[in-house]
Structure formats: structure tokens, C-alpha cells
Design a protein around this ligand. Sequence first.
Ligand SMILES: [Zn+2]
Ligand SMILES: [Zn+2]
Length: 171
Amino acid sequence: MSEDEVTYCSFHPDVETRLRCSKCGKPICPKCAVQTPVGFRCPDCVRVQQAVFYTATPLDYAIATVVGLLISTIAAFIMGRLGIFLALILGPVAGGVIAEVVRWAIRRHRGRWIWLVVSGCIVVGALVAALYPLLLLLFAPQPVAYLPMLFRLDLIIYVALAVGTAYARLR
Ligand SMILES: [Zn+2]
Ligand SMILES: [Zn+2]
């Protein structure tokens, strides 16, 4: 088959094209071609590739949630004692550690939404660490004096940096 032979897109039969899927060789037009590191692919091959790429099962998501919540809560309690300056430095480190531990726990399976689960765990862990002093309010003689404890800039900074790192590692 010569390069110059006119073919029509497999998905748009009225569109002339010379482009072909680098995997199955089907003619595709620029509109439906998907650029990948190994060349242009047709939508069918991209779908198959993604199905293989994402290997996480519902059990993996459950494990990611439990392990993520546990380590995120521990991390938030530690970060909550270090102050804003260390939160800036160690926030990304903590996010990276959380991401790697979860990845190890789900045996390096990949999931489209694992990053979202882990990000949610980081937020919940920080909320637990921030709201835990609320227990003091129940017993405090002057509850209002404890309200500033709820505004935790250090934990907000930590969450932003940790979520950013976890997203970058897991997406
Ligand atoms: Zn193809
Ligand atoms: Zn097309």
C-alpha cells in the first residue's frame, strides 16, 4: 500500500486521511487520532491500552483508603507540631511518603482515582489533627480562649503541599 493512496478515516468515513494508527494500522484522521509517546493511536487502541494500564481493583481502593487515612492522620499530628516553616519544607516530603506507602500497600497497582482517594485522606487526616483540640472545649472553663486553635495555617500549608505531591506521584 503506497503512502500516497487516499484512505478514509475509520471513524469518520467522509474524511480523507493518510494518518494511520501506530498499533493496528487503521486509517484515522487528525480529529480522532490520539497522540501517545509511541505515535498516533486510534480511539479503540487507546481504550484497550488504558484498560490494561489501570489495574487497581475495588479491594485496592479499600486498602488505599484505610492505609491512607491511617498514615495521613499520623502525618498530620506530626506536622501540626512542627510549625509553619517546617510545614513548608516537609509538606511535600510527607505527601510523597503517604503516596509511596499507599502505592506499596496496593502492590503498585494503578488506579485512575487513587490520587483522589489519597488526597481525600490527607485532608481528613489534617481535619482530625485540627479539630481534635475541640475536645478541650468540652472541659475548658473559658471555651472561647481555645477557638484560635482551629485556625491552623501550618496544617493548611501542609495539606496543599502534600496533596500536590501525592497527585503528581499517583495520577
Ligand atoms: Zn488502533
Ligand atoms: Zn476520524
